[in-house]
Write a protein that binds this ligand. Structure first.
Ligand code: HEC
Length: 110
């Protein structure tokens, strides 16, 4: 019985909210399409070592996000990639950590 009265109370509240929305002119919302240009570099890596980076480094954030970070040393990239694995749980094989760190280091050195 308690459940039933709760359900009725919820229904009354919902109906009331919908009525208030309609009364406030909610039905006059003017929906329209917009176009957004996402800044590059985009979601995936291209060029040298793109394959290992796209395999390990684009599931949680875009390539562009990592590539727009400040310039780092090779040692700092090793710490960074290890952090992605240990702190954030990226499923990176240990043997790939130095390869990925070198790949990220070489990219920014241009
Ligand atoms: C499991 C998810 C995940 C994966 C996979 C991942 N990252 Fe991250 N990454 C994160 C999170 C979470 C942050 C922190 C974002 C923030 O600070 O707001 C981050 C931040 C970064 C940063 C910014 C600096 C920092 O430490 O916050 C860089 C650079 C970076 N990642 C590089 C990489 C590289 C290179 C790879 C591939 C080895 C990678 N990420 C894979 C989750 C991930």
């Amino acid at each position: 019985m308690k459940h039933l009265s709760l359900a009725v109370a919820s229904l009354v509240m919902l109906t009331g909210a919908a009525g208030a929305w309609a009364a406030s002119g909610g039905s006059k919302v003017n929906w329209q399409s917009v176009s957004v240009t996402v800044p590059g570099p985009g979601g995936f890596y291209s060029g040298p070592n793109a394959q290992i980076l796209n395999t390990n480094c684009v599931t949680c954030h875009t390539a562009g996000f990592a590539e727009r970070q400040p310039t780092l040393s090779l040692a700092a990239w090793t710490v960074e990639v290890t952090k992605m694995k240990k702190a954030f749980g990226a499923p990176i094989v240990d043997a790939d950590i130095p390869i990925i760190a070198q790949a990220m280091f070489s990219r920014q050195a241009k």
